[in-house]
Every structure is written in C-alpha cells, then in structure tokens.
Design a protein around this ligand. Structure first.
Ligand code: ADP
Length: 165
C-alpha cells in the first residue's frame, strides 16, 4: 500500500520551517499533499491562491508532492485523498498541547488515520509564520527564514523598501 501523508496548515506564508518538514516528510512517504486548511472567517495576510502559488514555486523541483486546499473536516480530506497519515511539525513545548489535542480529536474522528510528528530542524525552532509577518511588517529582513519567493511577496505586501537584504 502506498504511504500517502497530508501536511495541513495555514501556510500564511510558507516558511523554511515548513519546507524542512516537507523535505523530510518526502523521505518517509511515497506521496505528500500539502493542504492549505482555510477558514473563511479567519483573516490571513495572503489569499489561498497566493499561498498555493508560493508553495507551488517552492516545490516545483520536488517529485511526489502537491498542494491542495480545503475548508472542510481534515480527516474527511485525508480519507478522500486515499491518505492515512497526517504530518505535523513540532517546535517548542508550546506547540505540544495544541498538537496533542488536535491529534486526539482527529483520532477520535477516524481511527484509521495516524498523526505523525517531526521535530523541527534546530535552525527553525523560532520560525513561525506569525513572527515572520510581524518582522516583515515593520521593515525587518526575513531573508533566510523563508523561501526567496516569499521574501519578495512579503516585501511587495508591505511595500517594504527598507528591508535590509
Ligand atoms: P497552524 O495553522 O496550525 O498555525 P502552520 O500553518 O503555521 O500551522 O503550520 C503547519 C504545521 O507546520 C504545524 O504542524 C506547525 O507546527 C508546523 N510548523 C510551523 N512552523 C514550523 C517550524 N519552524 N518547524 C517545524 N514545524 C513547523
């Protein structure tokens, strides 16, 4: 049986922390689906289309990985995609409680689906989309923490000519 995993998140925007999990996930699974899980009532900096466009650019040279989006129940998406694993990344202890709750509710909803966690690479321990957006919005350079396409889009978004490159 093919091992297919779904890596869900907001990816608003994708960071090098996410990319690390994607590349390592690809070594473990035959196929990986990056799922932009969105909520119509939640404000995001980038639209779903902008987020998928950036992710597509980042994974353009990788095989066996694709992007999708859904505002529905995660376990339903996983089942409908023929996958049986949810891939998540863990940073600090602060991620643990939320991730634990999420994994437990998903397991309750569908016992056939397992959540697999990868510890973040040490370089990305403090990298989160939120921190990246905060820094970029006030003119800080986030080069090296996000893929180059994301760096450019952030600068465009914030009209951030001051960012030190
Ligand atoms: P959420 O929408 O739940 O905040 P994100 O979209 O930011 O999640 O991230 C999706 C997944 O990627 C989560 O499992 C999150 O813990 C993980 N992740 C985010 N940033 C990093 C990072 N720097 N290193 C490892 N995993 C990360």
């Amino acid at each position: 049986m093919k091992k297919i995993a779904v890596y869900p998140g907001s990816f608003d925007p994708i960071t090098n922390g996410h990319v690390d999990i994607i590349k390592r996930g690809l070594r473990m699974f035959d196929e990986l689906i990056i799922l932009i899980a969105y909520n119509r009532n939640k404000n995001t900096l980038f639209s779903v289309d902008e987020r998928s466009e950036m992710i597509r650019e980042v994974i353009k040279d990788c095989k066996n990985v694709r992007v999708d989006c859904s505002d529905g129940l995660l376990v339903e998406f996983v089942k409908d995609s023929g996958a049986n694993v949810i891939l998540r990344g863990l940073r600090a202890l602060s991620d643990f409680e939320y991730e634990f709750q999420l994994a437990l509710i998903n397991r309750r909803l569908n016992r056939e689906i397992e959540t697999v966690f990868l510890m973040t690479g040490y370089k990305w321990f403090y990298t989160s989309s939120t921190i990246i957006k905060e820094a970029a919005s006030i003119g800080g350079s986030v080069k090296g923490l996000v893929p180059e396409i994301v760096n450019l889009k952030l600068m465009e978004k914030f009209n951030n000519k001051k960012a030190k490159i």
